[in-house]
Design a protein around this ligand. Structure first.
Ligand code: SF4
Ligand code: SF4
Length: 370
């Protein structure tokens, strides 16, 4: 599950901050302990076939380093995080001791064998100190068992004794599209789905549960490349400096660190370090010095677009309102200055490709004190 994992996307886009220095200054860390998943969704851009698991000791060391440089919020993503529950409880316990705030733990909510299994795993997480939300990815791509998902919701509500413990994420082409599976879940929970003017989003409300529904703009990348519809919809994205899904250290099961949970973040071109070899401080410095990441968080994604179009007005097929689709397109084709092409790992763009200047550039490695 990745942000747009579809479910991997615990963080939503939001308006850019108007004050302060514009630079890469992450305040959020998220770990994906495993790539593996019990589902196989058609839009998934996680390489769920890969068996890598993040070593708990190495992750704890990086968590402590992140705390030391001022990062104060922790989330979890995957793959399906609950396939590696001992990782979740170990990281949660240490984060709670350090005073971290907890964000979302993203799950598909159907990984358990039965209610007793879910209760045991969730109780261990609560005891370890998890005080964030359990984020459920519910959309037509997940093709999940709604009755089992409703069971997970009831067990989670009972274990954490909070009516707001759960939230929902769905990936679609527009916020008012793709809500059908959430409506089916509402029926199974004796609840309703309604629009909240105050929150500006849909909510699922029942006697026991209040869940907000977070929308992710579906990007037709990786496995979803062949989904119908044209991502070049004729409108340019609104610059937001990737404030929502970015300003983060997202650690994948190989230990690679990404600056965001956006759809393109699985590309090697967006790797800014590895927790096996780099400290949190070094990773942040590498992000600032990175030709793409450094630009996005200081001058914006639109600076990358403008540079591409200034060089070649015909370099792009059109305009797109989807930030991460544009990012993925530019990076896989080698259109962004300083980045080579190629990737993602499981899409149709396998292997290195040169960038626009014909140069092959090594990215994602330590940049030392840069
Ligand atoms: S739930 Fe679906 S989208 Fe999320 S990691 Fe599993 S296969 Fe991918
Ligand atoms: S546009 Fe690129 S850098 Fe920004 S969130 Fe999406 S994948 Fe990440």
């Amino acid at each position: 599950m990745k942000n747009a994992h579809p479910d991997r996307s615990p963080l939503e886009r939001r308006a850019p901050k108007l004050t302060g220095e514009r630079t890469f200054r992450p305040n959020y860390i998220s770990f994906a302990g495993v790539y593996q998943c019990n589902l196989s969704c058609p839009h998934c851009c996680v390489p769920i076939e890969w068996p890598d698991r993040l070593d708990i000791g190495t992750a704890l060391r990086f968590l402590e380093q992140a705390h030391a440089v001022g990062i104060d919020t922790l989330g979890f993503t995957g793959g399906e995080p609950f396939l590696y529950p001992e990782f979740l409880t170990a990281l949660t316990r240490r984060a709670a001791e350090l005073g971290f705030k907890f964000d979302k733990l993203m799950t598909n909510g159907v990984w358990h064998t039965d209610a007793a299994h879910a209760e045991a795993v969730l109780s261990a997480l609560r005891t370890a100190g998890f005080s964030g939300k359990i984020g459920l990815s519910v959309d037509k791509f997940h093709g999940m068992d709604i009755a089992k998902l409703a069971e997970f919701c009831r067990v989670t509500r009972a274990v954490f004794a909070r009516d707001t413990i759960l939230s929902l994420s769905y990936a679609s082409r527009a916020p008012d599209k793709g809500l059908e599976p959430i409506k089916r879940l509402a029926v199974a929970l004796d609840g309703v789905v309604a629009w909240s003017e105050m929150l500006g989003r849909y909510m699922l409300v029942s006697d026991d549960l209040t869940m907000t529904a977070c929308w992710n703009h579906l990007a037709t990348v990786e496995r979803a490349e062949d989904l119908p519809g044209d991502p070049w919809d004729g409108t340019w994205f609104q610059e937001d400096y990737c404030e929502g899904p970015g300003q983060a250290l997202i650690v994948n099961p190989k230990g690679e660190v990404k600056p965001c949970c956006g759809f393109a973040s699985d590309l090697d071109q967006l790797t800014i370090g590895n927790i096996h070899t780099d400290s949190a401080e070094q990773v942040i410095a590498a992000g600032r010095a990175h030709p793409v990441v450094g630009t996005i968080f200081s001058r914006g994604l639109s600076a990358i677009r403008d540079e591409i179009l200034a060089r070649d007005p015909n370099a792009l097929p059109g305009a797109t309102s989807n930030h991460c689709y544009f990012c993925w397109y530019a990076l896989t084709r080698g259109l962004a200055a300083g980045a080579n092409g190629g990737g993602g790992k499981i899409g149709a763009w396998v292997g290195d490709r040169p960038n626009f200047s014909g140069e092959l550039i090594q990215l994602g490695t330590r940049t030392g004190s840069a």
